[in-house]
Design a protein around this ligand. Structure first.
Ligand SMILES: [Zn+2]
Length: 90
């Protein structure tokens, strides 16, 4: 079945491309900490990740969010993202 114009995004964890709506958005607001943007509309630079803690673990290990956002990400921010992601997929 051919579907047209589904916006695809790449997961920062596994690197796989998926329809945007199946991914979670991580946003890097200008002067605030990075967080999981469950509305998909928060202002700031965004990166996408599967709704899977394993992908977050991979992204963390490979520092892919640091690269995507060109900023440092302290461990507590990753811990928070992990909690938010776990909550979001319950
Ligand atoms: Zn993934």
């Amino acid at each position: 079945m051919k579907e047209k114009k589904i916006p695809m995004r790449k997961c920062v964890g596994c690197g796989g491309s998926k329809p945007k709506r199946e991914l979670l958005r991580v946003v890097s607001p200008k002067d605030e900490d990075i967080f999981l943007d469950l509305t998909g509309k928060a202002a700031g630079r965004g990166a996408y990740i599967c709704a899977d803690p394993d992908c977050l673990a991979k992204a963390r290990k490979a520092r892919r969010l640091e690269h995507a956002f060109e900023r440092q990400i302290p461990p507590e921010v990753y811990d928070m993202l992990e909690r938010e992601l776990t909550e979001a997929i319950k």
